[in-house]
Design a protein around this ligand. Structure first.
Ligand SMILES: Cc1cc2nc3c(=O)[nH]c(=O)nc-3n(C[C@H](O)[C@H](O)[C@H](O)COP(=O)(O)O)c2cc1C
Length: 144
């Protein structure tokens, strides 16, 4: 999964992402708590906490680097999901969490922002897919 993520594009090739791979039971429990008791985190056995590394992005891009750091981390999370799928693993993207609690739990330095918790495991595949809007509702041509 990490080998696949390393091929992702990043802004200016700054690779402004880092990941904390969590498998310790107590740490997974703490992450679950920080995410408002989302039980899939401790249930999974493994979570990838994907972070933006603002030193790498902001040292070149200044304020714009805040956006690039988040984009880099987001792309990496998506690559990790695709790689997990290829390995017949299941994932759940968890974005709802208390950032400060996650930072404290993982002892993250100040310049590291947790962007997504990717829960990885061998869960049950969903019985049905949630409905999606019609793509036309998202698309605009030439102007909004
Ligand atoms: C930015 C983002 C944040 C999300 N946060 C959560 C979350 O905190 N907990 C959760 O169970 N799912 C979360 N999800 C998963 C979505 O709920 C899920 O992708 C959506 O309902 C569509 O379902 P599907 O991915 O099975 O098609 C998140 C997804 C994204 C992209």
């Amino acid at each position: 999964m990490l080998a696949a993520a390393a091929f992702a594009p990043t802004a200016g090739n700054r690779e402004a992402w880092d990941v904390v791979i969590v498998s310790d039971e107590g740490q997974l429990e703490a992450l679950g708590d920080a995410a408002g008791n989302q039980h899939q985190i401790p249930d999974s056995g493994c979570a990838f906490v994907v972070c933006a590394n603002y030193v790498r992005s902001m040292s070149r891009y200044g304020e714009r680097g805040i956006l690039y750091g988040v984009q880099d981390a987001t792309i990496i999370t998506t690559y990790l999901m695709l790689a997990a799928h290829a390995l017949q693993l299941h994932t759940c993207w968890v974005g709802q969490f208390d950032e400060e609690e996650v930072k404290e739990t993982l002892d993250l330095p100040k310049h590291i922002r947790p962007v997504a918790i990717l829960v990885v495991g061998r869960g049950m595949p969903p019985e049905s897919r949630p409905e999606r809007m019609d793509p036309d509702e998202h698309v605009h041509y030439d102007v909004w």
